[in-house]
Design a protein around this ligand. Structure first.
Ligand SMILES: NC(=O)CC(=O)C(=O)O
Length: 296
């Protein structure tokens, strides 16, 4: 009977999520993030997470203007945000989950992309938001990322050397349980979601989804949001949170700018899986084994 890949977090991992609001000034957005990354790193963390679309307003009409080619050159003038992230990771000496920014490919398509860096400043992976945020709630939030964005087509799992693997999704990807399940079944100890939920869906679904993804998969879930900005900006929900494999919120923010910290513990993962052994209790004789999806 298939079960979890027998890998978990190799040692305790100190994590920080930086909750900030981006504005129209790209250079100011980058400078704000750099200051906070260095502040969080001074607290001794090994992994720092940034929110979705931190270098631009969260607006389909603006993404193209702020888009950059994905570059791994620290001196790139075409890609100042990616270059700055690379240098920040190195300067801070941390794994950096670079939130997301609009990425432009050679054909001119735009993606909502998260770049991940090692403490040496090496680009380890990039994830393009797979599920585009197209919703229309009467009297509430309407948004159509597909007006200007293209979707990514791959599940992203990153090996953090010395700790283990994480799965990456961006915001709306959180709603699709398959992505999380596949990453966890591939051995991820944590699921990380740079995000910007909103004041319509946030109060209903944000905590519910974050805790559910953690409990479903017996992993940590790490949700890093933009903070709330006044109108006419997109109304980000805030409430960045880290849930443990039992669904306990081990760190949480409110609406405003903040940095939250938590230590992820291998024993907590191990104990939750021993106490509630769902991985060996699945009924693949009755339903298909979704988690066995091959990652290319
Ligand atoms: N902004 C998003 O991608 C998702 C979101 O706000 C929601 O799912 O609700």
């Amino acid at each position: 009977m298939p079960s979890f890949v027998n890998e978990i977090l190799q040692r305790p991992l100190q994590v920080a999520c930086i909750q900030i609001a981006s504005g129209p000034d790209k250079a100011a957005n980058i400078a704000q993030v750099r200051k906070k990354v260095l502040q969080a790193a001074a607290g001794g963390v090994s992994l720092i997470v940034l929110p979705e679309c931190f270098n631009s307003p969260y607006s389909t009409a603006r993404f193209r203007e702020y888009a950059e080619p994905l570059s791994s050159c620290p001196d790139s003038t075409e890609a100042p945000t990616f270059a700055a992230l690379q240098k920040m990771a190195q300067e801070a000496g941390v794994f950096l989950i670079g939130g997301s920014i609009p990425e432009r490919d050679q054909a001119g398509k735009i993606y909502n992309t998260c770049a991940v860096y090692s403490p040496e400043g090496k680009l380890l992976a990039s994830h393009r938001k797979m599920h585009l945020f197209d919703i229309d709630i009467p009297g509430g939030m309407s948004f159509r990322e597909s007006d200007t964005l293209s979707p990514g087509n791959k599940i992203t799992i990153v090996d953090l050397d010395g700790f283990g693997k994480i799965g990456i999704g961006i915001c709306y990807d959180l709603r699709f349980a398959e992505l999380s399940m596949i990453a966890a079944r591939e051995g991820a100890f944590g699921l990380i979601f740079p995000s910007a939920f909103n004041t319509t869906t946030g109060p209903l679904h944000w905590e519910l989804l974050g805790r559910s993804r953690a409990v479903d998969n017996q992993v940590y879930s790490i949700l890093c949001s933009q903070s709330r900005a006044p109108p006419p900006a997109y109304p980000s929900w805030g409430y960045s949170m880290i849930s443990d494999p039992m669904g306990r919120i081990v760190a949480g923010a409110k609406e405003s700018d903040d940095i939250i910290y938590a230590t992820l513990e291998p024993d907590v993962i191990r104990e939750s899986r021993q106490a509630i052994p769902i991985s060996s209790q699945r009924r693949y004789d009755v339903y298909p084994d979704i988690g066995a999806f091959p990652i290319v």
